[in-house]
Design a binder for this molecule. Structure first.
Ligand code: NAP
Length: 322
């Protein structure tokens, strides 16, 4: 019953870092971002056909959505797509917390509809999913996805929406060379078989898989990502070195290879873009065709790194056999 099939570019753009205040120690990424710099990111992205922007209320508690709207000013609403999320963990106690949270997002985003609306985390699938139905019917949300849900939770959400003639059209989970739990749990196969788009987030492991950061040049002091990754950077060196070599062969970088890998696996990466120059990397990644042996070699190196990069907000995707 959804109006049109969900159309997704080869790569979607992530704006979690855009929610940072810019103060060291006050924000997840510790990046210094400016309004004019982010405007340049938008201009370059749009010029290259990357028009799907992913955000969430909880990225800087509304700041990412507001900064994104500002950076998109002047573009016609039909020229870009917005993806934002209902986060059950911060639901209000009104009659319809989903409608309330969406209304606030629409306000910050300066629009009257969201192209792709997600349940951010699976707090209580049976409670929250039905509240999406009236929003789909009214057209305030055009398509629905679930994030960080395991197979059973995806199936339950799909069944609930199915009873009203809608469906789960997309899944958004952490998926990178270092973190392949959705693949091991059969979620990628499920999505392929049921024509559900799989959007992979943190394919660059927040910078740890770009080759930019190393034990000699760690992630920014005082940021949450430094706490998550700086301790494991020595174990990633062999992998990022090889990614760099493969990238160089194709005129690109380790980061481009991480993104190309996610595309090669049949997913749509959501890449966190903080600098206009990173869009060049997405253009290159879109054109890199990794060979099967290269994919296998990179995955073997990733496994040998023996690290667990599961986010603190994520739950285990794999259901151990009873
Ligand atoms: N649903 C969920 O629960 C969930 C969770 C996490 C993320 N997400 C979504 O997925 C998006 C992506 O994840 P993320 O932003 O956390 O991390 P990411 O995409 O793995 O990494 C982003 C970081 O990588 C660096 N980078 C990006 N492109 C680069 C390039 N071409 N070359 C070198 N470095 C590059 C930037 O760091 P510097 O600024 O330091 O250069 C940037 O901040 C988020 O923004 C968000 O939209 C969703």
């Amino acid at each position: 019953m959804t109006s049109k099939t969900l159309a997704v570019p080869a790569v979607a753009l992530g704006t979690w870092a855009w929610g940072d205040s810019g103060e060291v120690g006050d924000g997840y990424f510790g990046s210094q971002l400016t309004e004019s710099g982010l405007r340049k990111v938008v201009e370059k992205a749009h010029a290259n056909g990357f028009t799907l922007w992913d955000t969430a209320v909880v990225y800087g508690m509304g700041r990412s959505e507001a900064v994104l709207a500002q950076a998109l000013k002047g573009y016609d609403r039909s020229e870009y797509q917005l993806s934002t999320k209902f986060t059950p963990q911060i639901a209000g106690d009104g009659e319809d917390p989903v409608a309330d949270m969406l209304e606030q997002s629409l306000d910050r985003l300066g629009t009257d509809y969201v192209d792709l609306y997600w349940i951010h985390n699976p707090a209580d699938v049976a409670r929250w999913t039905p509240l999406l139905i009236p929003l789909l019917k009214s057209g305030k949300i055009r398509h629905v996805g679930v994030s960080n849900h395991n197979l059973e939770e995806i199936a339950l959400a799909d069944q609930i929406l199915g009873e009203a003639g809608f469906r789960v059209e997309a899944v958004q989970n952490h998926y990178s060379l270092l973190y392949r739990s959705s693949e091991r749990a059969g979620i990628l196969d499920h999505c392929r078989e049921h024509d559900v788009r799989f959007l992979s987030y943190m394919v660059l492991e927040q910078g740890a898989l770009t080759g930019t950061y190393s034990p000699a040049n760690p992630l920014p002091e005082g940021s949450s990502r430094a706490v998550a990754y700086n301790g494991i950077l020595p174990q990633l060196q062999a992998l990022t070195d090889r990614m760099g070599e493969i990238g160089e062969d194709r005129g690109g970088s380790a980061a481009d290879v991480a993104t190309a890998w996610a595309i090669a696996k049949g997913t749509t990466p959501i890449v966190g873009v903080t600098k206009a120059g990173y869009i060049d990397g997405l253009v290159r990644a879109r054109g890199i065709d990794l060979a099967g042996e290269e994919i296998a070699e990179l995955e073997a190196l990733a496994d040998a790194a023996d690290v667990d990069t599961r986010g603190s907000w994520e739950h285990e995707m794999f259901k151990a056999p009873a």
